[in-house]
Write a protein that binds this ligand. Sequence first.
Ligand code: SF4
Ligand code: SF4
Length: 317
Amino acid sequence: MIEDILKRGNVFKLVCGAGNEDLEEVENLVALYSKAGCEIFDLSANPDVVDAAKRGLAHAGNLQNRYLCVSVGIKGDPHVSKAVINDNCKKCGKCEILCPQNAVKYFKVNSSKCIGCGRCVQACNAGAIKKRDMAKDLKEILPPIIKKGIDCIELHACGGDENDALEKWKDICTMFNGLKSLCIDRSKLGNDGVLKRVEKFCEKEKIIVQADGYPMSGGQDDYKSTLQAVAMAEIIQNSKLPVYLLISGGTNSKSYELSKLCGVDVNGVAVGSFARKIVKNYISQKDFLQNEERFNKALEIAKNLVNTVKYEYSDNR
Ligand code: SF4
Ligand code: SF4
């Protein structure tokens, strides 16, 4: 049961990206990180992505004790947005260079690869990139995914309209009996707003709260990048609300250690941008799963990251 591994207190969750619909990348990431010991995989809410993740698990030979979580979002949450380049583009190429997903090619955004991180928007001096909201109708998209067999549904509910958030949570609870997760940050709601929202969502059952520092900001492997995630988790911990606590948003190999040093008792760490970045040059190769030497080199890197949570600082609660 997914709850059992959360209770252990040292879960590693790989975030493939709520908007990541690049099937090959998802399959490669899941195969690699599953082999490295990762137990929970966060995926875009798309049946084809779930199938790709299952192929990845089969490749790793780990169909047992591996759990799939799909991510959806409320309107306005950055995790469910995509970048679009318009006619103001001056073709400077800056966005293509800095996109962590290789989603920009020939001044166009490949929507299936874009995760909505917004780095390109910030970098574009011509104001030629806008974010488009991609929040979906959950009643339409979730039933076929639930039918495929998943273990958790995560709602990204940063800011936005309170009624929309509650309505979407209600829809998830009606359709799905398994574990639910709420991913939330305080950029728009502030500390009090976050706690009020969490309180409402965990009224009826124990849920995961994924305390997001700076959403999708990971990339650097230092304490500073992960500080906001730990600070956000501390606010949830101090509230004493009965939830499983994960950290995300700027997480890296220092996150679990920093949470322990700060006395923030998380159930695990969810790593996205950083986990993808450190193996990017390997998993982007066409023959990644067939090339044993390449796979094993990437595996060593992935294991080092997973072990920072699973073994290095674990007290095996
Ligand atoms: S950064 Fe802006 S101007 Fe430059 S290529 Fe990208 S969209 Fe075009
Ligand atoms: S930088 Fe981020 S938002 Fe922009 S295209 Fe790449 S993934 Fe999408």
